[in-house]
Design a protein around this ligand. Sequence first.
Ligand SMILES: *[C@@H]1O[C@H](CO)[C@@H](O)[C@H](O)[C@H]1NC(C)=O
Ligand SMILES: *[C@@H]1O[C@H](CO)[C@@H](O)[C@H](O)[C@H]1NC(C)=O
Ligand SMILES: *[C@@H]1O[C@H](CO)[C@@H](O)[C@H](O)[C@H]1NC(C)=O
Ligand SMILES: *[C@@H]1O[C@H](CO)[C@@H](O)[C@H](O)[C@H]1NC(C)=O
Length: 243
Amino acid sequence: MKSSAILYLLVIGLVYAQTDSLEKCKSGDTKCIRHFINEVFNVEHQGVPFLKIPSIKPIKGPLLSIKADKNSPVAVNLDFYDFEVTFNRNITSSVKGFGNQINGTHRIRLRCEYITILADYKIDGKVLILPITGGGRSNLTFLDPEIIITIKSEPLEKDGKTYMKFTDFKLQMPKLSRMITNLENLFNGDKALGDNMNKFLNENWSDVFHELVHPVVTGLGETAREYISKTLENIPYNELFKD
Ligand SMILES: *[C@@H]1O[C@H](CO)[C@@H](O)[C@H](O)[C@H]1NC(C)=O
Ligand SMILES: *[C@@H]1O[C@H](CO)[C@@H](O)[C@H](O)[C@H]1NC(C)=O
Ligand SMILES: *[C@@H]1O[C@H](CO)[C@@H](O)[C@H](O)[C@H]1NC(C)=O
Ligand SMILES: *[C@@H]1O[C@H](CO)[C@@H](O)[C@H](O)[C@H]1NC(C)=O
């Protein structure tokens, strides 16, 4: 009885220690900021209210859209609706910038084992010379991706307080080891054609990624911007930090 009560207290203590461990960092303390970001992705599923960071499990958005580029070997119109982005809870980050100088370039680099985008999709166009049409559920999974978010910003004065104002925001995925694509219900559910097309997309994932998915990644940047802007552009810069 006694020992189980102690155990209970220990567990409660640990749970509190974990959420309490998220404190503001000093500006420019990239080691602390890196740790903070890792915790937000890996531990703090409910978000961080004092910095207006919403829950990011999962990250959601209404639409990612690609318009056919006639000059590309992959000329398709492709829409992903109501997408959800999930990832394994093992993100490591590194950070540059976020010092006492708002003016300039700030960078967050993230690595993890996979990122998955689940969505309803609609596709219509040509891949090389093959026509492709279909719509249904889709799963795009990136293995060992590296994500780099680059923010250029300048100070903005509002009501006597100084905010960060993004002058440029970019999300890139410069590295990945593979992309796995699964488009269900291609060609009106013709299984043989659909399986062949998925096989084609997976065996040629590198070309597909560069021709087609690159715009999706750029689109994801819009979603990332919305999430990050709520914190960085909406809280006075000095209140983001504890110095
Ligand atoms: C987390 O990632 C590291 C290195 O990327 C790896 O060594 C480790 O096994 C991973 N842990 C889990 C729980 O996936
Ligand atoms: C920010 O940097 C730009 C270019 O480096 C410079 O022209 C501008 O004056 C700077 N603004 C402030 C407020 O420091
Ligand atoms: C998405 O695809 C990946 C890679 O094939 C797979 O591991 C994962 O289970 C899939 N997710 C869902 C929800 O189907
Ligand atoms: C991958 O693309 C090449 C042409 O670039 C094609 O010859 C090959 O058949 C494709 N792979 C599959 C599995 O279709």
